[in-house]
Design a protein around this ligand. Structure first.
Ligand code: ZN
Length: 451
């Protein structure tokens, strides 16, 4: 492709040609004299580091006041458990395919699917233990998104080791059964293209014990390790009561957290914990749209980035999938809290540039994916934006990124997305949108909404 502008590992470059070969970037060089640009602006398409794809089917179902007068996160969670009890493997694949399509259209190249829905209703394992992992892999193959599959170990309903109940039973495994499930999931991942990989996800400190956590880590090899951490005040209190330490404090003093780790949310950390987590090199996996939707709290981005911490972004509940809006939401949460402006900007980089580069770099690190910047040899994860419109007119460099993120219509400017060289979004639409969305809407029509 020939692009008018590109944000490469060397910074902004004008009029360059980017060549793709065997899924990777083969060259980035000055465009031939007089060559007509095929795209307006090229960026490294980030990995979406946190997704529970099935929750997309619940988007819009949980905004009314529930029976619980405080209408808390836990009301939402009960509704989610009830809803998912009806989902079949076919439906789970159809929903995942739509979610992955929407991620590509939003500018993500790839996704780390935090996959905890393993068994049939009531917790009965399928004949093939990894049945639902296979459905996720098939959906990713069908849509052409890059996949980091994170099979989730979920043992208990809380720190008192109460057994899983109701809809939660579809998640449950003991460490031995989980090892077999993980093996099956790894086989499924191996049927995908070479940019598919596997990691492991001990669900949270509430849902695994130390034995389970250690067993899960032994399955990870060199792959990524993801875990929910310090999302809700009630969770912090429960961990504190049971383990005599706050979640982040406990994890950091008991495990060797390193750059392979991605801790999801971290909205409930003290300044000291924020600084200590930043120093590990792990990625804080932020999901600002979902965190706002669930009322989790505000991640301390200024403090964490100020101490050199790595961040990336995920769409988590997939209530609304928008890369640019995730970035904007984090920045606005800091401004609202601190009554400030340009909270995450640096002297040499605008807010949008800081956010976008952090998202691309941190996402790749969290997914163990060889991308995150436009450079020769990296996977060809590329997002192209058209600036020849009312938003992009007369915008370049950092200001173009700022306009895409804060101007509000960035997503509508996306023209093309390549995932490891697969050109899956053209003229702003996924190349198989009609077929995949038809199956999704048919699935949605089958599902009981009044739960
Ligand atoms: Zn999550």
């Amino acid at each position: 492709m020939v692009t008018k502008q590109a944000l490469t590992s060397n910074g902004w470059e004008a009029n360059v040609e980017i060549g793709i070969k065997d899924r990777r970037i083969a060259h980035i060089r000055p465009a031939p004299h007089g060559a007509t640009p095929t795209v307006g602006l090229a960026l490294a398409a980030p990995l979406n580091l946190h997704s529970h794809s099935f929750q997309r089917a619940m988007s819009g179902l949980t905004e009314a006041r529930g029976p619980d007068p405080s209408d808390s996160f836990w009301t939402w969670r009960r509704l989610m458990y009830k809803f998912l009890d009806q989902l079949t493997p076919d439906q789970i694949q159809a929903i995942a395919a739509q979610v992955f399509l929407e991620m590509l259209e939003a500018g993500y190249s790839s996704v780390a699917e935090f996959h905890y829905l393993h068994h049939n209703a009531g917790g009965v394992p399928y004949a093939n233990l990894a049945e639902l992992s296979e459905q996720i892999v098939e959906a990713a193959k069908d849509v052409g998104i890059g996949l980091t599959l994170l099979p989730v170990l979920y043992q208990f309903g809380g720190l008192d080791k109460r057994p899983l109940a109701g809809g939660q039973r579809r998640f449950g495994n003991d460490p031995m059964q989980f090892a077999r499930l993980h093996e099956g999931a790894a086989k499924a991942v191996a049927t995908g293209p070479e940019d598919f990989n596997i990691g492991v996800a001990p669900h949270s400190l509430r849902a695994v014990d130390t034995l389970g956590l250690s067993d899960a880590l032994s399955l990870a090899g060199n792959g990524p390790v993801h875990m929910h951490l310090a999302e809700q005040v009630a969770e912090v209190e429960e961990v504190q009561a049971a383990l005599n330490a706050r979640p982040t404090e406990w994890l950091l003093s008991n495990y060797d957290v390193d750059p392979r780790w991605c801790l999801i949310h971290c909205t409930q950390m003290t300044p000291l914990e924020t600084q200590a987590l930043a120093a590990t090199g792990a990625v804080a996996g932020l999901c600002p749209i979902t965190e706002a939707n669930l009322g989790d709290g505000i991640f301390n981005g200024t403090h964490y980035l100020g101490h050199g911490g790595n961040i990336g972004f995920g769409s988590d509940s997939t209530v609304h999938i928008s890369l640019f809006e995730e970035l904007k939401s984090l920045e606005y949460s800091q401004r609202l809290r601190d009554k400030s402006r340009a909270a995450l900007a640096k002297a040499d980089r605008s807010t949008g540039r800081v956010l976008f580069e952090a998202a691309a770099r941190g996402g790749a690190q969290a997914g163990g994916r060889d991308s995150g910047t436009l450079a020769v040899g990296k996977l060809a994860d590329i997002l192209a934006v058209d600036l020849d419109n009312e938003w992009g007119v007369n915008r370049s460099g950092d200001m173009a990124l700022d306009t895409l993120i804060f101007g509000g219509n960035g997503q509508r400017c996306i023209s093309d997305v390549w995932s490891a060289g697969r050109h899956v979004v053209k003229e702003g639409r996924h190349i198989e949108r009609e077929r995949i969305t038809k199956k999704f809407t048919a699935t949605m029509a089958e599902l009981e909404q009044n739960i």
